[in-house]
Design a protein around this ligand. Sequence first.
Ligand code: BMA
Length: 382
Amino acid sequence: MKTLKSIALILLIALTGCNQKLPAPADKKATKETVNLFKSLWELQQKGVMYGHQDDLMYGYKWWYENDRSDTKDFTGDYPAVAGFELGHLELGNERSLDSVSFVQIAEQVKAHYKRGGVITISWHADNPLTMQEPVPEETEGRARFQHGTAWDVSSKEVVASILPEGKNHEMFNNWLDRLATFFAGLKDNDGTPIPFIFRPYHEHSGSFFWWGTNICADEEYAALWKYTVEFLRDKKDLHNILYAYNTDRVTSLEQYMKGYPGDDIIDMLSLDMYDRGEQFGGELDTALNFVTTEALKRNKLTALSETGGRWGMDDWWSTVLLPVVSKYPVGYVLNWRHTYMPRFRMFNIDQPFPDDFLNFYNSPRTFFLKEIQEPNVYTRK
Ligand code: BMA
């Protein structure tokens, strides 16, 4: 009897101990692979930090879409654990993104990275749905003229209101979301399994350089935009392979970070973007990651430093500035922004895609590149 009882107890602990106890995505209907991804990311973020790179599989400074090529792999021998992609201009029905990348090829690389067991994250620099319909006002000059109608056009504070229900651009915006949904629905494995990914739209809300930025719309409007978008994709379009990342730019307090947060029923990840613009970066990043990751854990959410980049002219940034700070906190991944294709640009040495010090970051036991997350597979957990 005693033995039977203890066997039952051991079984109970084993059953409730592993998978069951781990937090899960906000979407109650998330696919099995998406739930597994969430749980894998949750566990990985306690152990170390994954390396991510935007458009890593699409191009480098001097090459454009070559089979299986990656700047990260060229330099370290391994792919990044996290591959970033960008969908700006998909909403317009274009074949290529605002960075001239083919959407068909993006879908190919999403599939390839999924097959390798890598993590996928997608951003969306959507055009300005209000001003893109209007001609450039006469008095607009310089940079503002260049940005007219783009994600960076902050000339009107009416944009978000205009696309929410009752707004004059609501139907048009539904159309944009429809195009997004069609693209997402097409992200499938050969056997038809929807490929899970992290979607990070309307990013850097704490800044005022996008039409969804903090001084351009009210925080309530921003939260409503998020809620509307998620309900559209998740409930109306029945897409259950998406983890949603809330995101801000540089912030100095949790209160500032949470302004516009749409709620735990919408969001899966609390992420932060911060680029190194000078000496104070390390301290500021430390403070911000401290309160963002503490809050995320409290809410059972994932975390990431979803955009970052080194200090101009600093050779050992990766190992002396970034690594020590991200190692202090449960940060899921750090994503390095894109290596803009510019084959004729010669102002600095772009023959080498990363500084030598990047290898110190790569070799650290705290960092994970693709090979380190291939087993167990983040989608099957086997
Ligand atoms: C920005 C810049 C732009 C680019 C955009 C979307 O941060 O890199 O040149 O168009 O991201 O990828």
